[in-house]
Design a protein around this ligand. Structure first.
Ligand code: COA
Length: 263
């Protein structure tokens, strides 16, 4: 990934941090975006073996001006952005009938609107500069099936999936920009697992629902993202790659969802 400049949102924790490390190890310069400055500083410190390659940027993907400022800054001080991973997400388990207006908007704003803000801002820049690039959107297996207890997140991620496929055709045909998605199942040490699978019983049931009998690792998702972003994946466009140990086909969506959603 030498000569690549990759933006990773939500890059200071979980899968995002694993991707930052993977891309830096592969030689890329990585722009780590997240809201919390302390966690950003901690991430930079943890990855101190790559001091030249990691830049952090505190921003909220809900705020388009923050994103425009970051993009401007990166082009001025680092170089042209060549790839982006829209990984920032917000989620919590809540029965749909109890979800507040603000709760709905918070998650839709981070996941769907935030992905759109970043995607359109960088896409427009690439088009103006006659530059190509590659984008990867992190969704979830429940973007296709729906997920009990996460109506806000499932709806937002389904929107991101539609955005991915739409832009893969629109921008692929006109500008050679590739847009793909990754749909992870349960990945250990991430908000998804920590927040959504709370009780020991739910944990056991979720584990049982994975044919490979384990949760995934951030590094496994990171290697897939690297493949999709890099020239290795140059003919992959408009695809959503599932990485879930076979969970989504090993069990019905109903059982999988019920395992996670224990009221
Ligand atoms: N159950 C029910 N409602 C909840 C909730 C929960 N566990 N957590 C938050 N909400 C509601 C809040 O009550 C609030 O609604 P209200 O004003 O009607 O009370 C609304 O959601 C917004 O919450 P707030 O904390 O003000 O928003 P925020 O912008 O600071 O945080 C979240 C956004 C809620 C998505 C927060 O969980 C977050 O920042 N998450 C980021 C990390 C993450 O979730 N990772 C998982 C990725 S899978």
């Amino acid at each position: 990934m030498e000569n690549e400049v990759i933006v990773v949102t939500g890059g200071s924790s979980g899968m995002g941090k694993a991707m930052v490390k993977q891309f830096a190890q592969a030689g890329a310069r990585v722009i780590v975006c997240a809201r919390n400055e302390e966690r950003l500083a901690q991430t930079k410190q943890e990855l101190e073996t790559f001091p030249e390659q990691i830049q952090t940027f505190a921003l909220d993907v809900r705020n388009r001006e923050d994103i425009e400022r970051m993009v401007q800054d990166v082009y001025e001080h680092v170089g042209p952005i060549t790839g982006v991973v829209n990984n920032a997400a917000g989620n919590f388990l809540c029965p749909s009938e109890d979800l507040s207006e603000n709760g709905w908007h918070a998650v839709i704003d981070i996941v769907l609107n935030g992905t759109w803000h970043m995607t359109q801002t960088i896409g427009k820049r690439w088009i103006t500069d006659q530059q190509t690039g590659s984008m990867v959107n992190i969704v979830a297996t429940y973007a296709e099936t729906g997920g009990p207890g996460v109506v806000h997140s499932a709806s937002a991620k389904a929107g991101v999936l539609a955005m991915t496929k739409t832009l893969a055709v629109e921008w692929g045909a006109s500008y050679g920009i590739r847009v793909n998605a990754i749909a992870p199942g349960p990945i250990e040490n991430t908000g998804g697992v920590d927040k959504l699978i709370q009780s020991e019983k739910a944990h056991k049931m979720a584990l049982k629902s994975v044919p490979l009998q384990r949760f995934g690792k951030g590094e496994e998702v990171a290697r897939l993202a690297q493949y999709l972003l890099s020239p290795e994946g140059s003919y992959i466009n408009g695809t959503c790659v599932t990485i879930d140990g076979g969970q989504s086909i090993g069990q019905s969506g109903f059982l999988t969802g019920a395992a996670a959603f224990q009221r």
